[in-house]
Design a protein around this ligand. Sequence first.
Ligand code: PLP
Length: 427
Amino acid sequence: LDMNAYRPGDGQSRPVERRLANLGAASVLFYRQPIEMVGAEGAWMIAKDGTRYLDFYNNVPSVGHSHPRVVEAVSRQIAQLNTNTRYIVSVVDDYLEALKALLPPELSNVMMTCSGSEANDLAIRVARAATGGTGIIVTETAYHGNTALVTEVSPSALKRGSLPETVIAIPPPGAAHFGEDIAGGFRASVEAALAEFGRRGIRPAAFLADSIFSSDGILADPPGFLAPVVEAVRAAGGLFIADEVQPGFGRTGDAFWGYERHGVTPDIVTMGKPMGNGFPMAAMVARPDHLEQFCADVGYFNTFGGNPVAAAAGHAVLDVIREEGLQENARETGAHLLAGLRQVAEGDARVTDVRGAGLFIGIDLAEETGRPDPAFTVQLIDAMRAHKVLIGAAGRYGATLKVRPPLCLTREEAERFVEAFRAALAG
Ligand code: PLP
């Protein structure tokens, strides 16, 4: 979905050539003229030429780049002990207890992985084993990861492929599809998908959704619209898998997990990205009764998943979010940012909508006719870079700016972003 992702033959330089040679021709780099980064702190990234960029497109270092608490915890633990997950290590158990305290009590089993893709892969397999069904409902522009199984439920990753019979992709819950009645329209789409599974003779296993629909364009409103959807899925025998890889860990400001905004308790939760502030770690959390069949059939082992160093990083992240009030900051600074961006939008017909929750905001960009404008979005992303701000795109047409800074963002930094946006629009 990075509309401005680097393509070979476009502004090549030696580091770029070396990178592509190392990673393979299929890999993409951010920006047509990629930036070589050498450091980062807080909400800032530092390029080799010394330029400091405000980082609005990187929700991995969510508590701030190279946060000293996380750096210290990881360094201490790796010096003391790191091992696979076959032993009892109190650092790991302490972390799992702290994580579970933030989740509904019935979700008492945590399976640690190294990526969000693996967590979603596991979630789909658990849901299928628990329900005896195979059908999965997702949204049309969803991205849930890159394993073979998860690619099948990630229409935006499939590119030229087609969905298997067991997967139905429905329109994302935005005004573009459902106008004023997002809740009613989305529910009707889910019910139609369930009916279609019935016609295909397929039993539903799960509705899998990122509760803020980030790759669909950050469709956060109205809070609560997922509750009747989850009810309908459960009535048909399926589970609700909440993919919290993007919205989780306080980003939406009004809740620690995105699903809480909808007043629902998921059957399975997956999480990743900000969990270790850059240390690769992720998890799938489920109910013991839902895990029974899966464990009886296949069992589970992950060499690196939840190792002591990951646990140390994860625990430091939870401590920092709490002690530095980062969820509250996401709510307050996010509201300030949203108000500033809406003010800019009022004076410019090319900005058709600004919406979001906490420090996760989508800005829709359109042509004069009102049609989504991906080319203008790419142009604006480049212009923002000239104003020392890094940002990317999302949404069905790639015409939504994805505003996603670290949760430690200050009011001043938020204002700086608004000014950069205003200046980029002015051209
Ligand atoms: N789920 C969502 C909502 C994502 O945005 C992503 C990655 O962008 C994933 C899952 C996959 O996570 P990972 O890249 O860690 O495998």
